[in-house]
Write a protein that binds this ligand. Structure first.
Ligand code: NAD
Length: 255
């Protein structure tokens, strides 16, 4: 069964502690391809090659040849209607916590405060050997100044990495704990634009449902949780969430 934005608005309006979990699909309308849809990033690149710790350690030039232009691409896009609607739901007090798998910072740029970034973010660079941190601007400047395109730590000389968590890298403990604590408090979790195939975030809906809470999913493609959700929406995130905000604000759709 397919639900409407009005159904979603009603579920959120009746929640005591609603949380939102977003994935790459919330940013596709900003022009950033997701990973698993047709035309997504992994059709073009092998993730285990370009986004892995193994490549970062053994072939940092290859690693940074992929990541340096990607930083510029991610910096050139703008938040879309879905990011703005989620920020509005937080301002309205309808959504209490936002958990994102995205590293693109678009939630923050749309006005969302305190998003729990479970896969790291592009906000900074760091040295894995001595823990020295640099801003994203410094990271890019070091990469651009290097003959081989590899930014290196000014303290110890080791190659720097961005704050994005790579395959084979430990997950950020504080953020994962915060995400699970948020899910433990939630009576409603709304998933937007995630295929729910990546652990440990894929376990969050089960935590909420297991405590008697409700799950709403808004994605274009199927997820493993579709038969366990109370609300299932298949539309585009920007339009559906904008309409949801409209229902919550004045009980009517603006289109
Ligand atoms: P995914 O690619 O596995 O799934 C994306 C989901 O979003 C799919 O179900 C797709 O149908 C849906 N979708 C795409 N466009 C949509 C739209 N406009 N409206 C509604 N739904 C839409 O992504 P995932 O579950 O986030 O997992 C993949 C990993 O990708 C995560 O680790 C994340 O860190 C990383 N990633 C992040 C970005 C980013 O920061 N923007 C981009 C690509 C990948």
């Amino acid at each position: 069964m397919s639900h409407t934005a009005r159904d979603l608005a009603e579920l959120l309006a009746g929640a005591e502690h609603a949380i939102v979990l977003t994935g790459a699909g919330v940013s596709t309308e900003s022009g950033i391809p997701d990973f698993r849809s047709a035309g997504g990033l992994w059709e073009e690149y092998d993730p285990m090659e370009v986004a892995s710790m193994a490549t970062f350690m053994s072939n940092p030039e290859r690693f940074w040849r992929f990541h340096r232009p990607r930083i510029d691409m991610l910096g050139s896009v703008e938040p879309n209607a879905a990011h703005h609607a989620i920020a509005e739901l937080q301002r309205m007090g309808v959504v209490h916590e936002l958990i994102t798998q995205n590293i693109d910072r678009l939630h923050a740029r749309a006005g969302s405060e305190g998003a729990i970034e479970v896969h790291g973010s592009l906000s900074h660079g760091r040295c894995l050997r001595c823990e020295h941190r640099v801003t994203l601007e410094e990271l890019c400047a070091l990469a651009d100044a290097a003959d081989d395109g590899v930014p290196r730590c000014e303290k110890c000389g080791f190659q720097l990495k961005s704050g994005v968590i790579m395959f084979g890298e430990p997950m950020p403990e504080a953020e994962i704990n915060a995400a699970y604590l948020a899910a433990d408090r939630a009576d409603v979790v709304l998933v937007v634009g995630s295929s729910l195939q990546v652990a440990p975030v894929s376990g969050l809906p089960g935590l909420v449902i297991g405590r008697g809470g409700q799950l709403a999913i808004l994605t274009e493609s199927e997820t493993p949780w579709d038969d366990r959700c109370s609300i299932r929406l298949h539309g585009r995130a920007g339009a559906v969430l904008t309409e949801t905000v409209s229902f919550l604000q004045d009980g009517s759709s603006r289109d």
